[in-house]
Design a protein. Structure first.
Ligand code: GTP
Ligand code: SPV
Ligand code: MN
Length: 583
């Protein structure tokens, strides 16, 4: 790779504080990082990406399996030969005048049987410093690799940061990832989506485990019992917020405590007890900034006060940062995410208000600084999962919460998830797309085989988690969210756990079980008249309409779609046939 990229120097990242400090100083000198007010935000820096490099570019992301059908109909595919050839043109001499950094990293605790090792080569100090937050980096990792150990070979170059030459390539058979011409997190922190989801899902299929786009959280009752939940929500649909929620005032008397294990990725295995056990392979959060404040997410507001790299937020004159929905008053001036001087209310040529921070601006921050960080983060075995929840962003269709009838039905619920697009993808905001298990952009192989794998995993467990679906995002006639969300979501999780513990019964509707309203503890909140009814409304016509989308989606997979999913679809239609709108 040195021969291909022609860097001036090669530097091995050893994981030491001294080296980190040197790299920070170097990045400040070149302008790659801006040092923030070190009294107010110790160890914090700001970075701005190119204006056309602010979110994952799914249309430039490819699965380069040998056969096209192994990538499946939902992935972009390129043959390995063509992909290597195309990318080599862009990598050629791309590091001239630059340093190549060699980052050995472990996803999962170093030495755990759950963990996987990668080595990322990059010409970006920003990538190095982010990887040092998001993963376990340095000599410890190399020791565990030995001389002939298997690792994921990750190559990244900013090259010219030219979107026309951008490629994010995955070679599952070679255990390799090549990313060129981007500097945006999800495209370049190769341990995250590229390794821990796309490559890992391919490996997990072969090795019989699950690599999922899921948060992991523990809910502790006053008697000390902690139960863990894993939740898959599409990008920017609430994983980070849920993973560290603060119990609402009304439930304080119950003494719950929340433990954050992870906010984005879960690796899960069946253990000898027949249950599903999960680790978070990451050590940091790469979280959405807009909307983060001490009311919506107190734990995160505390976490990001130090040792944090901010990307594409507003810089205030006092050397601190701001974004839409941050704590405190709106600043009177600043430098916006594009690097332009900014004042509130200014409009662009199209008459739209110019934002201070990009809607997908983010912070990179260590889990260890999070007040709710789980004490089990370093445990090699992970945590046992009692419930899996699939969450989507639907303004009308899906009720606040429902439970699937069994594992197979739960897989159907996950496989037919659909959500409105957010700023985390380049694309049309608000448009509904099917996003099975929140993995549409992250499954490294044929999604029909992935569904079959999920069905098989259910058969391997004598004590499988129950599967639920939630939707925090239903809106009223004025477009306002009906459910207050955030901390109040604990009321829903409480019902989820009650169901897992066989403490409450439920009402059966065609899509699954919904709560008896009296089983949701609503102490301390008052919603508008009729809100609860709206939140649990099952609108037959809307669901019949939804079936068209499901059928189209399933047909993409032709004969390869597992028969069980067609069966579940038939059963669902039959249940609706016998149903009249009563809720
Ligand atoms: P990725 O990092 O892209 O995978 O996203 P995520 O799933 O972790 O989403 P995150 O928690 O960062 O939330 C994204 C957006 O949803 C933010 O603007 C939040 O304020 C908003 N959000 C999160 N939870 C809720 C909720 O319960 N209700 C409402 N209305 N909004 C929420
Ligand atoms: C997501 O988009 O789901 C993220 C952010 O978690 S990124 O790492 O950029 O993919
Ligand atoms: Mn994510």
């Amino acid at each position: 790779m040195v021969k291909l990229c022609a860097p001036d120097a090669v530097v091995l990242i050893d994981g030491s504080e001294e080296q980190k400090h040197r790299l920070q100083q170097e990045a400040i000198a070149t302008g790659e990082l801006i040092e923030l007010n070190q009294q107010r935000l110790p160890g914090c820096f700001l970075h701005r990406t190119a204006q056309d490099d602010v979110a994952r570019t799914e249309h430039l992301t490819f699965i380069c399996s040998k056969r096209k059908k192994d990538a499946g109909p939902t992935n972009n595919w390129m043959s390995p030969a063509l992909a290597y050839r195309n990318a080599k043109r862009y990598f050629k001499d791309s590091m001239q005048g630059r340093t190549m950094y060699v980052i050995p990293f472990s996803m999962g605790p170093v030495g755990s049987a759950f963990s996987k090792i990668g080595v990322e080569l990059t010409d970006s100090i920003y990538v190095v410093l982010n990887m040092m937050i998001m993963t376990r980096v340095g000599e410890e990792v190399l020791k565990h690799l030995g001389v002939d150990g298997e690792f994921t070979k990750c190559l990244h170059s900013k090259a010219e940061l030219d979107i026309r030459k951008r490629l994010i390539l995955h070679f599952p058979q070679d255990n390799a990832i090549w990313s060129v011409n981007s500097g945006y997190g999800g495209n370049v922190l190769l341990g995250k989506k590229c390794l821990s989801l796309r490559i890992a899902s391919f490996v997990a299929h072969k090795e019989h485990w699950l690599a999922e786009h899921m948060l992991i959280m523990g809910i502790e009752e006053p008697n000390g019992r902690i139960q863990y939940i894993a939740g898959a929500f599409p990008s920017a649909c609430g994983k980070t917020n849920l993973a560290m929620l603060v119990p609402p005032e009304g439930l304080k008397r119950k003494g719950y405590r929340i433990w954050t294990v992870g906010d984005d990725i879960a690796w899960m295995r069946v253990d000898s007890d027949g249950s599903l056990w999960a680790i978070n392979p990451e050590t940091g959060f790469f979280g959405v900034a807009p909307g983060t404040n001490s009311k919506s997410n107190l734990n995160m507001a505390e976490t990001i006060k130090k040792d944090t790299i901010y990307t594409n937020v507003l810089l205030k004159p006092d050397g601190t940062v701001w974004w839409e929905g941050a704590d405190g008053p709106m600043p009177e001036e600043g430098i916006d995410w594009r690097g332009n001087s900014w004042r509130p209310g200014r409009k662009d040529d199209h008459g739209a208000i110019i934002k201070g921070a990009h809607p997908n601006s983010r912070f990179t921050t260590p889990i260890s600084n999070c007040p709710s960080a789980s004490f089990r983060l370093e445990q090699h075995h992970g945590v046992p999962i009692s419930a899996i929840i699939f969450g989507t962003r639907r303004c009308h269709l899906a009720p606040l919460v429902y439970e699937s009838f069994n594992w197979q039905h739960g897989v159907f619920v996950g496989a037919t998830m659909a959500s409105e697009l957010t700023a985390a993808q380049v694309g049309k905001l608000g448009q509904v797309r099917r996003d099975p298990m929140a993995m549409l952009p992250f499954c490294g192989y044929n999604m029909a085989d992935y569904f079959r794998h999920w069905l098989m995993m259910g058969k391997k467990m004598s004590n499988p988690p129950k599967i639920f679906h939630v939707n925090w995002f239903k809106t009223d006639a004025h477009g306002r969210f009906i459910w207050p969300g955030f901390g109040e979501n604990l009321r829903v999780l409480e019902w989820v756990l009650d169901r897992c513990n066989n403490k409450v019964s439920a009402q059966q509707v065609p899509i699954g079980y919904i709560p008896h309203l009296s089983d949701l503890d609503m102490t301390g909140i008052r919603l508008e008249e009729g809100a609860m009814k709206k939140l649990f409304e099952i609108h037959k016509e809307a669901w019949l309409e939804e079936f068209k989308g499901i059928r189209l989606f399933f047909h993409m997979f032709k004969k390869n779609l597992p028969e069980e999913l067609w069966q579940e679809f038939e059963l669902l239609k039959q249940r609706f046939h016998a149903y009249t709108n009563t809720h």
